[in-house]
Design a protein around this ligand. Structure first.
Ligand SMILES: [Zn+2]
Ligand SMILES: [Zn+2]
Length: 455
């Protein structure tokens, strides 16, 4: 059968609109809409038969029941569903009415065509409405992870618009101790603030939180507000102990803003707003608009950490003993059984982690300041104390005296194999701007480079 015979057969099933007719031949030729294909075939058949040409009004089509005449209408409906929402990319999906799906199958079956001939109603709708949405809103279609996902529910006559989250990357420094990274609900009242019906929880004074401030609480709300979103979630590249500060390079994080109405916020002023809001307890730098994939990168990328610890000894230690012990730890593989202080619900296991660098300064017989650069996951408090021989070797074990960390700071977080700040994960072009160096202090930059060559 020739293509014209196929077209005649399809046309013979009842009134079939140009688009539904042409759709059965959607894989033929390029640069044509299905409606153009359908009309051309009808014209060619009329010429071939030398019969009068009779157009078929789309509204009378038994296959799509007239839906193929409504691309513009659906596009306008989609555009108005996201009025007031800023976006750059979108994707259109269509929920085909079951009846139309059946009709499409029936059309091909009755005429002996391949059941998969051409394309589906859904594909045409996605494309035709999609093109129009792009023109109306001056945005681009994106098949990966668009800013907006439209779902056209043809039968219900509704457009569902899902506004995907927006992401802001940065590094934070925590300048005060006793601030957890994320909000920490009170365990006694499960974050409700009350015990029983209405007795104020004495543990958290009715606030529902064990700590009144968190890095998340100080950083995320201003970003959520700048993007006019409904809520914000904080994703950190690991976390320091609640009582440890995070200084130096800062720690990479991503704030995810849900249902954002704005996406292209100016990160320079935003950084100042966040820092004002955090009132010197936490500060952020190097804010960039990031892609969805940055969340996983921040959570999964192997990172080494550099620590600075104040240490107290139970008995006298000489300057030489300290430097010998630190020299032994440098380059050592440390076996650590899950520390006693770690959540007992976590499975106990022995892990091995490297100490890349160990150094320090002896202050007096019972005090020192030590610095370690170690593989991610190394427990520093236990590296110093030995944790009742659960960590081996340890500073206390090598010295033969008790040793305790009295103050801990994380001063560097570095990607082991590559930097966190990969341009492929950013949505803005701040990287072209030399001011965006997240580590503008030349001393720190040199220290970081030196450390990396040591590994
Ligand atoms: Zn039709
Ligand atoms: Zn409580």
């Amino acid at each position: 059968m020739s293509i014209l015979d196929d077209a005649r057969a399809l046309d013979g099933t009842g009134p079939v609109c140009d688009a539904c007719l042409g759709r059965a031949f959607a894989d033929r030729s390029f640069g044509l809409t299905n409606a153009e294909r359908g009309r051309s075939l009808r014209v060619a058949a009329a010429l071939d038969d030398d019969e009068p040409f009779e157009p078929t009004p789309t509204a009378e089509c038994w296959v799509c029941e007239g839906e193929c005449a409504r691309f513009d209408e659906w596009a306008e409906r989609a555009a108005s569903a996201v009025e007031g929402v800023e976006f750059e990319t979108y994707q259109v999906g269509t929920r085909t009415p079951p009846l139309v799906e059946e009709n499409e199958a029936l059309l091909r079956e009755e005429t002996g065509l391949d059941p998969e001939a051409g394309e589906l109603f859904k594909s045409e709708f996605n494309r035709e409405v999609g093109k129009r949405v792009g023109r109306l809103t001056e945005t681009e279609v994106e098949f990966g992870r668009p800013d907006i996902q439209f779902l056209l529910d043809i039968e219900a006559g509704e457009v569902e618009a899902t506004v995907n989250s927006a992401f802001v990357y940065g590094r934070y420094r925590k300048l005060e101790r006793d601030i957890p990274q994320t909000e920490w609900p009170c365990g006694r009242c499960d974050g409700r603030g009350v015990l029983g019906a209405d007795r104020e929880c004495p543990q958290c004074d009715g606030t529902g939180y064990l700590y009144q401030a968190s890095v998340e609480g100080l950083v995320a709300p201003p970003i959520r507000d700048a993007m006019d979103g409904s809520e914000a979630t904080f994703h950190g590249a690991g976390r320091e102990d609640v009582d440890a500060r995070m200084l130096g390079t800062g720690r990479p994080f991503v704030v995810e803003v849900r249902d954002p109405k704005r996406r292209t916020v100016n990160v320079g002023p935003l950084e100042r707003v966040v820092n004002d809001h955090a009132e010197g307890r936490v500060e952020v730098e190097g804010l960039r608009l990031a892609t969805y994939e940055m969340v996983e990168r921040v959570k999964e990328l192997d990172a080494s950490k550099r620590y600075h610890a104040e240490v107290e000894f139970d008995a006298a230690v000489s300057e030489d003993e300290l430097s010998d012990a630190l020299a032994d730890l440098e380059g050592a593989s440390i076996e650590q059984y899950t520390p006693q202080r770690v959540d007992h619900r976590r499975a106990n296991l022995t892990r091995t982690r490297e100490v890349y660098e160990a150094g320090g300064e002896w202050a007096d017989a019972t005090h020192a300041t030590v610095e370690f650069h170690g593989q991610g996951g190394l427990y520093i408090k236990e590296l110093v104390s030995g944790d009742d021989e659960r960590t081996e070797p340890s500073l206390a074990g090598l010295l033969g005296v008790g040793a305790t960390v009295t103050a801990l700071d994380v001063v560097g977080v570095y990607g082991e194999d590559e930097s966190f700040e990969d341009e492929a994960y950013f949505r803005d072009d701040r990287g072209a701007d030399t001011d965006s160096d997240p580590d503008p202090d030349p001393d720190e930059t040199e220290a970081e480079t030196a450390l990396e060559t040591d590994e």
